[in-house]
Design a binder for this molecule. Structure first.
Ligand code: FES
Length: 157
């Protein structure tokens, strides 16, 4: 004989409902945690830094040099023109990889063309182009803290 409460629900039914709500709560918490993790960058942006590159070590015309530590690609457009593009994804700050078609972010799949312009994914804007100055000693200085429009090339001679 089952015991009935005044509202007609048995203890077993109440326990089953309680368990179901508990599981739904756990599932919601898990989903919320996963969503929160998706929204947070997995890398730190770090402090903007300047770094030097000897002019004699610039890439060949039409070629690029990637500075992994600084998250920058240095492009030599012509004999006298260079540009630097940040490899920090404009979505949540992961480091993008250079691929044949441009740049690809491994975190959430943002795609950029070879000038850093967004062509797919959640990234909200173009990869920043960076300021370059010629400094004494036959070197250029790349400033990761000064961002510019795309196609900002600088004279090196
Ligand atoms: S950090 Fe999300 S797509 Fe790059």
């Amino acid at each position: 004989m089952s015991k009935e409460k005044k509202d007609g629900k048995s203890r077993r039914e109440l326990l089953t409902m309680g368990s179901a709500f508990g599981l739904m709560g756990l599932a919601a918490a898990g989903t919320g945690g996963a969503l929160f993790k998706y929204m947070m960058p997995v890398v730190s942006y770090g402090t903007p830094q300047k770094f030097l590159v000897p002019i004699k070590d610039l890439p060949e015309v039409g070629d690029e040099l990637i500075f992994d530590d600084m998250k920058v690609v240095l492009r030599r457009q012509t004999e006298k023109e260079v540009a630097a593009i940040s490899l920090v994804c404009t979505h949540l700050g992961c480091t993008v990889n250079r691929v044949e078609t441009g740049f690809l972010c491994p975190c959430h799949g943002s795609q950029y063309d070879s000038d850093g312009i967004v062509v797919g994914g959640p990234a909200p804007k173009t990869l920043p182009w960076l300021e370059i100055k010629v400094v004494p000693g036959g070197q250029i200085e790349i400033d990761t803290g000064t961002t510019l429009e795309e196609n900002s090339f600088f004279a090196v001679a």
